[in-house]
Write a protein that binds this ligand. Structure first.
Ligand code: AMP
Ligand code: ZN
Ligand code: ZN
Length: 421
């Protein structure tokens, strides 16, 4: 499903939920910082921020963090290059093939259907395999706060983050900063040792207008300013010297030129195959009796895409073993998208095609993600060679002083980022 559709559907759901989100009581005053308090970890994800968006005048606060800390030349997203799979990878260190969020749109033999816009499905623990960072932290006695990070609304071992806010695109950035700063100042309970924040604004603008559009630059500036405001609040609370800040993105964003759309029905008819996912990574389940025909027609190279059977997915993508991955997978070339004809017709009629997309090959320049880290644990001014986003989780576990769960990352990759490797 395209970002625009997801956003529309989620808005409908969220309008009905927002009435119960308001907190009726006043927070207590911020609690002063005791010298013995352990370091805090603030993890921020800016959805869809390209690695090459930094240092171009839109990101003064991110650039300041990078200059005084560590940044990667770029970070390689995991396959598929979509929001939910990559966000859950960042907090588990597991490839999507291993944590079960194999796409933004999935089908599971027991659990049924999953789409990003369905917040009820997001709360079902069975979808989210592996143990997310906030669960391990809570189990180690570290309070956590999570703003909208994918996976945080599903209880794990009966636990949810101590502070939590559901995804809600309608909440203005400054309101989010107020609430998150309130958590960090221990205004309403124990001070969290981990706060994870997910911000969707840049992704939304990138889909609607394209990665190079003025609207996307404006969204980047707005998110950078919100991060600056949050850091200023930490400073005012006397917390900045003891806060390690890690800023990531899940993937970049590619231009979608005019007309770079094909109908998914041109891959396989609805009689021949069930379509599990659309957009850039198309999953197909051939219907009984049509398996051989669909496979022989699709597997291989086509104009603007290529298809594999599960076993034929290239090894470098580290994808294909999870039972939720459909038998046939088609990967669109950069800038191309496959959508149902009904959606294409509607968009042709009102001229509302997305101008940006991700979900393409993780090795493409346009898909490169951001990694910046700053704080007492980190060296100053270091630039790291590119690495895979599975390597972030072991670093985060180490910063929290907790044991990393079994994962696909390598703790050695980010050791050079630390003052004390
Ligand atoms: P995508 O671009 O398809 O990978 O999905 C990312 C988009 O989904 C973001 O731009 C948000 O608008 C939206 N989104 C992110 N998290 C959620 C959520 N928990 N529930 C509903 N929509 C979400
Ligand atoms: Zn994303
Ligand atoms: Zn997106």
């Amino acid at each position: 499903m395209s970002g625009r559709l997801i956003r529309l559907a989620s808005l409908v759901l969220l309008l009905s939920l927002s009435a119960c989100a308001a907190s009726p009581h006043r927070p207590r005053s911020p609690v002063p910082v005791a010298a013995s308090e352990p370091a805090l970890l603030l993890l921020v994800s800016i959805d869809g921020l390209r690695a090459d968006a930094l240092g171009r005048g839109d990101t003064p606060h991110l650039d300041r963090l990078a200059a005084g800390g560590v940044r990667a030349q770029w970070m390689r997203p995991s396959y598929p290059v979509l929001t939910f799979p990559n966000h859950y990878t960042l907090v588990t260190g597991l490839r999507p093939d291993h944590h079960g969020i194999v796409h933004n749109s999935m089908k599971d033999a027991q659990l049924g259907r999953f789409i990003v816009a369905d917040q009820d499905a997001g709360r079902v623990p069975g979808w989210w395999q592996g143990v997310p960072l906030w669960t391990s932290a809570e189990q180690a006695g570290i309070a956590t706060g999570v703003w909208a990070w994918p996976g945080a609304s599903a209880p794990r071992d009966g636990l949810l983050p101590r502070y939590w806010h559901a995804f809600d695109a309608a909440v203005p950035l400054d309101t989010r900063v107020d609430e998150i700063a309130g958590w960090l100042q221990a205004a309403d309970g124990p001070r969290p040792g981990l706060v994870a924040v997910y911000l969707e604004n840049v992704d939304g603008a990138g889909h609607d207008h394209g990665p190079a559009a003025p609207e996307t630059h404006a969204a980047i500036r707005a998110v950078d300013a919100a991060l600056g405001a949050l850091l200023a609040r930490l400073d005012a609370a006397g917390l900045s010297d003891r806060t390690n800040v890690v800023v990531v993105s899940d993937h970049g964003m590619a231009e979608v030129p005019d007309g770079h759309y094909i109908a998914v029905e041109d891959m396989a008819s609805m009689e021949e195959a069930e379509v599990v996912s659309i957009g850039q990574v198309i999953g197909l389940i051939p219907r009984t009796g049509h398996e051989a025909a669909v496979e022989s027609r699709l597997v291989g190279r086509h104009p603007h895409y290529q298809c594999w059977d599960r076993a034929g997915i290239p090894k470098r993508l580290q994808y294909g073993s999870h039972p939720r991955i459909p038998p046939i997978l088609c990967q669109m070339d950069e800038g191309w998208n496959a959508l149902p004809r009904t959606i294409l017709d509607r968009r042709d009629a009102n001229g509302s095609h997305d101008r940006g997309a991700h979900g393409y090959d993780p090795d493409l320049l346009a898909m490169r993600a951001v990694f910046i880290a700053h704080g007492p644990a980190f060296r100053e001014g270091a630039v790291l060679a590119p690495f895979d986003n599975v390597d972030v989780y072991p670093l985060l576990a180490r910063l929290l002083g907790i044991t990393a769960q079994p994962n696909d990352g390598d703790p050695a990759t980010l050791a050079p980022a630390l003052r004390e490797p």
